[in-house]
Design a protein around this ligand. Structure first.
Ligand SMILES: Nc1ncnc2c1ncn2[C@@H]1O[C@H](COP(=O)(O)OP(=O)(O)OP(=O)(O)O)[C@@H](O)[C@H]1O
Length: 579
């Protein structure tokens, strides 16, 4: 935290100085008031004759002090916010930057909802914590200790009375905070859950409606929300009980001062003005304590949030960059050398000693039952995950020896679930190649069989795609994603079930166009449909984490029972007879 605070320490120091000014004005006021009452109104030092001139003089002084105190307070606020907001802003930017370097296992571990809560709500809590600390803590401490000092100067007995009340007040505070503190971490975790549900439900609203799951989802959200409110109420109840207790203590102290003061006035040891000033100081002091309670609430919550933000900031980049950033001798070869993989959370072996070499310019299809590890296999090429056994070599070099940027520049991926951004069609296509010319974008769209539908949209390539591409059909979205991958000048092109929403004719035209425009690229095509991979040079059939067979369509039809089964289930006896 200090790293961030020290960048804006000058604002914090200025804030503190103005705060000193504001508090000094607050502390001088009761003394002046006492002077006005004793000498101006009662004339205690003038045989009981009041002094109107003195009242005017001191009154004007008091107004001046109030105005000066107000100015100091306003400037203090400005600098408090300058420090708090800037610190929050820097933490948010650093958190986001760090999240961008996270490996997929790290992203899986945090979860999207939690990352969103941490970067938004948690950092706002930290920001409040800094502002409250700079403004509140300094103000309250100065006011409390200043009032105490002034009380002792005014009247030693009054000072001692207030001092005696202190241990009770501090004890009450400590008890309540020890109860409330664990609840703050719980509150933030519950906010994570709410964000998680919100995200899932808003992005999956169509499915929810289609499956008529609204009632279930409403109940799920209500439960998460109720739990949050329950915790929040517990915190509020703790503080709700604490406030009257501290208030009661405050009035007991005031009553004792009045009692002792009345004896002292009759014995000549104190004046009515002194008692008035003592009560004002006591009220200031105890009000300070009450505000401190509220402050502690925010500060405790800020500390709990800071711990969660720190987990993001201190998470080390798990994928260590290699040193290779330059050219390689080969262009587009991939070798899976005895590759094994299991996901860290489950430990289940998804890929088991895979050996496969894909040559430059070759098209390799990957087939297999759903969940057999096809996506996992290709995710290892650009190092979305690291192998847990063996090695993957791209152009003869272990992927771990590349700088990630250099490696990922070699690979273009189109996914089944197309990720589109709320910007123009043109920018969506050129997302991975921002410097691409208009012609190149159009040519990529042409290859992806997307130009026909793009020309029918209201503004052609400048048409804005709605959030997550909801304004487009599944097949249109897939074609834009494919155009994006095609446009990227990458040596390896991966289609992860990226044509599943296309009709067979469009798909076939796409592959023909692709072969024509990018004959030199190595292509890996994951598909469920035999028709999608039939034209590939080789097809690898994945089964139980292993490659069960690998060969051309014709070879597999002769030698691989699994492939034959898939073929028969898709093409059917009848189609086969037509051939
Ligand atoms: N992030 C993850 N964490 C843990 N397990 C995962 C993760 N992603 C996938 N898996 C598991 O790994 C296995 C392989 O998943 P993968 O997505 O690679 O299969 P797939 O063959 O591509 O499936 P599909 O054809 O349905 O897309 C599955 O059992 C899946 O549950």
């Amino acid at each position: 935290m200090w790293k961030y605070v020290k960048r804006y320490l000058h604002f914090a120091i200025l804030a503190a100085l103005f705060m000193v000014g504001e508090v000094l004005m607050d502390l001088i006021q009761p003394g002046l008031m006492s002077h006005i009452v004793d000498d101006g109104v009662l004339g205690l030092n003038n045989g009981g004759v009041g002094n109107l001139n003195l009242i005017w003089k001191l009154g004007i002084q008091m107004i001046g002090l109030v105005l000066f105190g107000g100015l100091c307070g306003s400037l203090n606020n400005v600098f408090v916010h300058l420090s708090g907001q800037n610190i929050g802003n820097d933490i948010r930017k650093d958190s986001f930057r760090n999240i961008m370097t996270f490996s997929f296992p790290q992203l899986d571990k945090f979860g999207t909802g939690s990352l969103v809560t941490r970067v938004t709500n948690d950092i706002t809590q930290v920001q409040n914590f800094v502002s409250q600390f700079v403004r509140g803590m300094i103000r309250m401490s100065l006011l409390m200790f200043g009032s105490m000092y002034c009380m002792f100067r005014l009247n030693r007995e009054f000072g001692l009375i207030v001092l005696c009340a202190f241990p009770f007040i501090v004890g009450c505070l400590a008890f309540c905070l020890s109860r409330a503190n664990p609840l703050f971490s719980k509150l933030q975790a519950q906010l994570d859950s709410i964000n998680e549900i919100m995200q899932e439900d808003v992005s999956g609203i169509r499915i929810i409606k289609a499956c008529v799951r609204e009632i279930y989802e409403k109940a799920r959200f209500r439960k998460a929300n109720d739990e949050l409110i329950k915790t929040q109420l517990k915190v509020l109840v703790i503080f709700a009980f604490m406030n009257p207790i501290i208030n009661a203590l405050m009035y007991i102290v005031v009553a004792i001062i009045l009692l002792v003061g009345s004896f002292e006035v009759s014995g000549g040891g104190a004046t009515p003005g002194t008692i008035m000033a003592a009560i004002t100081y006591t009220t200031q002091l105890l009000n300070g304590i009450l505000m401190l309670v509220m402050l502690f609430q925010n500060i405790s919550r800020g500390i709990a949030s800071w711990k969660r933000v720190k987990e993001i900031l201190h998470s080390k980049q798990e994928l260590v960059d290699g040193s290779l950033s330059g050219e390689t001798e080969q262009h587009g070869t991939i070798e899976f050398r005895d590759v094994s993989f299991s996901y860290p959370e489950t430990g289940q072996v998804v890929l088991d000693h895979i050996n496969l070499t894909v040559h430059q310019g070759e098209t390799v299809g990957i087939m297999g039952t759903t969940g057999c590890g096809k996506t996992t296999l290709v995710n290892l090429i650009p190092r979305f995950y690291d192998v847990t056994g063996g090695a993957i070599l791209v152009d003869g070099v272990d992927v771990r020896d590349y700088e990630q940027k250099a490696l990922r520049e070699k690979v273009a991926i189109a996914l089944q679930k197309s990720e589109l951004f709320s910007t123009s069609i043109k920018e969506n296509i050129s997302w991975g190649s921002p410097s691409a010319t208009e012609e190149a974008v159009q040519s990529a769209a042409h290859t992806a069989q997307a130009d026909d539908f793009i020309s029918l949209t209201p503004n052609g390539y400048d048409t804005i795609v709605a959030e997550r591409g909801v304004s487009l059909s599944g097949g249109q979205k897939q074609r834009l994603s494919i155009a994006r991958a095609v446009l990227k000048p990458a040596e390896i092109l991966i289609f992860d079930d990226a044509t599943s929403a296309l009709d067979l004719k469009t798909e076939s035209n796409l592959y023909k166009a692709l072969q024509k425009t990018k004959p030199e690229s190595t292509k890996i095509i994951i598909a469920q449909r035999i028709a999608s991979v039939r034209g590939a040079d080789r097809i690898a059939v994945l089964e139980n984490g292993k490659i069960a067979a690998c060969g051309s369509h014709e070879e597999l039809m002769k030698s691989c029972a699994t492939y034959q089964d898939i073929y028969h289930s898709q093409i059917g006896e009848e189609a086969e007879n037509h051939e």
